[in-house]
Design a protein around this ligand. Structure first.
Ligand code: HEM
Ligand SMILES: *[C@@H]1O[C@H](CO)[C@@H](O)[C@H](O)[C@H]1NC(C)=O
Ligand SMILES: *[C@@H]1O[C@H](CO)[C@@H](O)[C@H](O)[C@H]1NC(C)=O
Ligand SMILES: *[C@@H]1O[C@H](CO)[C@@H](O)[C@H](O)[C@H]1NC(C)=O
Ligand SMILES: *[C@@H]1O[C@H](CO)[C@@H](O)[C@H](O)[C@H]1NC(C)=O
Ligand SMILES: *[C@@H]1O[C@H](CO)[C@@H](O)[C@H](O)[C@H]1NC(C)=O
Ligand SMILES: *[C@@H]1O[C@H](CO)[C@@H](O)[C@H](O)[C@H]1NC(C)=O
Ligand SMILES: CC(=O)N[C@H]1CO[C@H](CO)[C@@H](O)[C@@H]1O
Length: 323
């Protein structure tokens, strides 16, 4: 009896250990508990993203912002006063309602099983695939966080004015390296920005006419004439990769080498010799090399500080912690 009890304690202890500290993400985590979950996400994305391809950019960016603050735990999705959504970098994020609709479909299939963190991660991957971009593996089993803090978002999410040293520090803080920095920045091959992210390079820098001398002059003049016509324009949308903003290609890196990276943070990637070597390697390799390396970095990003086992919770609604 005593022996059995002792064994029982060990087993329970072991299970608790596996459940809390040592649980890992795994492929198709919901295979038993909600076998249709991943298919529901995929079907919804495949049906709706072709009508709104620009959302793919918003979702991969959301996933990035989520992971950089308290890990990939859907904290970004919480509607709380002074939450991450209020952080400066979040102010232009779109698509929260799309995520809520996917969550509702999954809740109808199997309530309380699938985390918002996994749903966001899957939506980001599937929407990029739907626009013809790279595929990456999404192991699942993330659980949702309960805290969303605007200060933490502002401190951890890199900004468009950051130099290479700062970018690398912020990536290193998340366990990502310079290779990940260069590859993940490649996501700027899709999507849109707004003038405040770069207009100081056009109006308030050290070159003639206030133009940033590290920015191609012709490009700068064009942006001033046709896009950000005043220093305070905060509404005009500007593609980071003009001409192919819905195509996940290598042209972002081509632009970097032509001094046409839009943000100082993009241009910064050419200021470090190791980083520049990688950019050139990407450009001299088939696009498949970029896709394969991008996939590795995305999978790594998707594992940042994930909550698994019994940590966190499975939110019923992505915008609110369970009451
Ligand atoms: C390296 C540091 C990074 C900085 C400083 C940065 C900064 C920015 C800024 C300022 C914008 C424009 C926001 C606006 O004006 O509306 C933007 C957009 C975007 N970022 Fe980044 N970003 C970084 C890394 C990443 C990463 C790692 C990803 C994803 C893997 C990413 C994906 C995107 C996408 C797709 C958009 C376009 C969003 C849309 O069209 O709605 N960025 N980023
Ligand atoms: C959460 O807030 C966003 C905007 O900040 C809004 O679009 C969305 O409807 C809100 N979600 C819920 C469930 O209230
Ligand atoms: C948010 O995070 C900051 C920085 O870690 C901390 O000082 C602050 O107390 C937090 N705010 C809340 C409401 O927890
Ligand atoms: C990068 O930016 C940080 C913060 O603004 C600054 O302290 C540092 O001196 C800069 N580093 C370089 C090499 O310019
Ligand atoms: C121009 O840059 C300086 C220094 O960065 C700053 O103090 C000033 O407010 C900026 N002016 C405008 C119009 O953005
Ligand atoms: C954008 O600019 C307008 C006019 O200059 C200003 O009223 C508004 O507050 C600005 N919005 C933001 C978010 O800064
Ligand atoms: C360039 O980046 C590497 C990481 O790839 C880093 O170790 C090195 O210190 C950086 N060099 C400079 C001058 O920032
Ligand atoms: C999409 C979203 O939630 N955006 C919010 C970003 O933060 C501002 C406040 O700074 C809110 O007004 C936006 O609703």
């Amino acid at each position: 009896m005593a022996g059995k009890g002792f064994l029982g304690i060990i087993v329970v202890g072991l299970l608790a250990f596996i459940g809390s500290t040592n649980a890992q993400l795994q492929m198709n985590f919901y295979a038993q508990s909600c076998p249709k979950a991943e298919k529901i996400v995929q079907d919804y994305v495949k049906e709706h993203i072709p009508n709104a391809p620009s959302l793919a950019a918003s979702f991969i960016r959301m996933h990035f912002h989520d992971c950089f603050v308290r890990g990939c735990d859907a904290s970004l999705l919480l509607n709380v006063t002074s939450g991450e959504k209020n952080a400066v970098p979040n102010q232009t994020i779109r698509g929260f309602d799309f995520i809520d609709r996917v969550k509702s479909l999954i809740e109808a299939e199997c309530p309380g099983i699938v985390s918002c963190a996994d749903i966001l991660t899957l939506i980001a991957r599937d929407s990029v695939v739907t626009i013809g971009g790279p595929f990456w593996k999404v192991p699942t089993g993330r659980r949702d966080g309960v805290i969303s803090n605007v200060t933490e978002a502002n401190n951890n999410i890199p900004g468009p004015f950051n130099n290479f040293t700062t970018l690398l520090r912020l990536f290193n803080n998340q366990g990502l390296d310079a290779t990940d920095l260069v590859l993940l920045s490649g996501a700027h091959t899709i999507g849109l920005s707004h003038c405040p992210a770069f207009s100081r390079r056009l109006y308030n820098s050290t070159g003639p006419g206030g133009v940033d001398p590290t920015l191609d002059g012709e490009y700068a003049a064009n942006l001033k004439a046709n896009k950000c016509k005043t220093p305070n324009d905060n509404t005009t949308k500007v593609e980071m990769d003009p001409g192919s903003r819905n195509t996940f290609d290598l042209s972002y890196y081509t632009l970097l080498t032509k001094r046409r990276g839009l943000f100082q943070s993009d241009a910064a990637l050419t200021t470090n010799s190791t980083s520049l070597v990688l950019i050139k390697q990407l450009l001299s390799s088939p696009q498949k090399f970029f896709y394969d390396e991008f996939a590795k970095s995305m999978e790594k990003m998707g594992r940042i500080n994930v909550k698994t086992g019994s940590a966190g919770q499975i939110r019923k609604q992505c915008a609110f912690v369970n009451s």
